[in-house]
Design a protein around this ligand. Structure first.
Ligand SMILES: NC(=O)c1ccc[n+]([C@@H]2O[C@H](COP(=O)([O-])OP(=O)(O)OC[C@H]3O[C@@H](n4cnc5c(N)ncnc54)[C@H](OP(=O)(O)O)[C@@H]3O)[C@@H](O)[C@H]2O)c1
Length: 327
């Protein structure tokens, strides 16, 4: 089985310094950003290590995603192209299902910020283009309707070494919910197995397992599940993934917010079946930026392997170091 490496090492010396202008402009933030370079202690003016650029982008671009998705995507693209790979290394390629969704697009950007190559699986490639994915040659846009079956999806996955699934049907039609949130995810799992991927990360939801743990009267479960039985469909998909033999991480978030973590709160992680969105819980909502970061971290954190975690956030929660995200 292939091993997914941390893409933190993307700045190895295979990158050479660009001879282009000494500074490029970050249109999203109206500030100059230094050209990134992988040469350790490079003495050129305005040069900074690639990881530092990543960090800068994560700190500043991710938090403003909704207002400036396209522009920030373009700016990181410009920065990343300042370092031109001389030789193709073994690619750290991740297939994102539902890449054009609110969470999926943040996962794509979080992956790119870490240097991963991405296959953006989407129903509508045109929508991916409007989000700016087409500007980045390391993001391949592939049509991937999860209802079309595992063969189609396996083809779209190409040589991806990991899959992150952020799909979800947004209506209330029971049949359609099942076809996306249950059967669609099962199709992805089957495709991932056929391709021998090394990791499958699934964005699910709090309360999927409510019935089994005596929470069927939880008002949040009752309300959410009204939408086509979506929590039951997600639970069936979770079970299928867990039985698949794939190395998995299931991330069950609370209510998803478009706002950045600074506005919503710091990450709180609970074990499987512990955070139920009740009044006594420490938090209910979580920024989609945070969920995306957790999904990407799950690719490389050994503690994330074959685990279900539940995530919410709270402004009063202390900042949780990444090595404690998977308990
Ligand atoms: N919203 C919440 O508060 C909340 C809370 C907990 C968990 N969740 C779950 O978290 C996940 C992400 O949520 P979100 O708010 O980011 O969802 P979203 O914005 O609605 O994105 C869902 C994505 O799924 C895609 N999709 C739908 N049907 C598809 C199909 N047949 N084939 C391929 N892709 C398909 C959509 O494609 P298009 O882009 O073409 O529409 C979209 O990209 C979902 O599973 C959701 O149920 C949500």
């Amino acid at each position: 089985m292939k091993t997914l490496k941390s893409a933190q090492t993307c700045c190895a010396s295979k990158y050479r310094h660009s001879n282009s202008a000494s500074q490029r402009h970050n249109f999203a933030f109206n500030t100059p950003i230094p050209i990134q370079c992988s040469i350790t202690r490079c003495t050129r003016v305005n040069c900074m290590p690639r990881d530092a650029v990543h960090q800068q982008w994560e700190d500043r671009a991710l938090s403003k995603l909704d207002r400036r998705t396209l522009l920030s995507f373009a700016s990181i693209l410009l920065a990343s192209q300042a370092c031109i790979p001389e030789a193709k290394a073994d690619p750290n390629k991740v297939f994102v299902a539902g890449a054009t969704g609110e969470t999926g697009r943040r996962i794509v950007m979080a992956l790119r910020a870490k240097g991963y190559h991405v296959i953006a699986g989407c129903r509508d490639p045109q929508k991916a283009l409007t989000l700016g994915f087409g500007l980045d040659k390391e993001v391949a846009i592939r049509q991937a309707d999860v209802t079309k079956g595992p063969e189609v999806l396996a083809q779209a996955m190409e040589d991806a070494q990991a899959v992150i699934c952020a799909t979800g049907f947004s209506g209330v039609n029971v049949t359609k919910v099942r076809s996306v949130d249950e059967q669609g995810t099962k199709n992805l799992v089957d495709a991932a197995k056929a391709k021998g991927v090394s990791k499958f990360v699934l964005v699910s939801s709090l309360l999927t397992n409510a019935k089994a743990i005596g929470q069927e009267d939880n008002p949040n479960y009752k309300f959410l599940n009204l939408f086509g039985g979506v929590l039951d469909a997600k639970l069936a998909a979770e079970k299928y993934l867990r039985a698949s033999g794939l190395n998995y991480t299931i991330v069950r978030p609370g209510g998803l917010a478009k706002e950045p973590p600074e506005e919503v709160g710091n990450l709180i992680v609970g074990k499987e079946d512990t955070l139920f969105g009740r009044d006594t819980d420490p938090g209910r909502r979580i920024s989609r930026d945070t969920v995306a970061a957790v999904c990407v971290a799950a690719l490389v954190q050994p503690k994330a392997d074959n685990k279900v975690i539940e995530v919410v956030s709270s402004p009063s929660a202390p900042v949780l170091p990444e090595d404690q995200w998977f308990l």
